[in-house]
Design a protein. Sequence first.
Length: 175
Amino acid sequence: MVVYKQAESLKELEQILDLQQRNLPKNISQEESTKEGFVTVEHTLGLLKSMNDVCGHIVAMDEGQVVGYALSMHPQFAEDIEVLRPMFLEIDKVLKGKRNYMVMGQICVAKSHRGQGVFRKLYQTMKEKLPEGFDTIVTEVDGKNNRSLTAHAAIGFKTLTIYHSSEKEWHIISL
């Protein structure tokens, strides 16, 4: 049975990084990337822990193993990941300085657990665990990641804006 909760241990953070590695474009084929989706950012354990200390990442656990995750990224980390800096600038433009949002920094579900509602439940748990005063989840998706765009739309995400950075089209969406 899959259990959803906030990450509590270094072991869980290490398992997040392992699942992340298995879904980076550099570690999967182009065909798999198109069919299954992919993750863009490669985190360090130190940054992942710092983010988790501010607002716990959401993990889906099955028999002690992380089989899915949704990373919580407080706006205070806007400068910490270079590829995400343009996203935070665009969010500020669209939300006009509003700060009661949490960025979902990355979501990933293990192949063994896809198509079983894990994606939806990760977001549901994230909404339930948002810090007091936060009412919105914002994220961005690479325009080429059709699987992710479709999955986010299916659970109610709406497009805030589309912009271009580093020769990619990015969709900033909110729930």
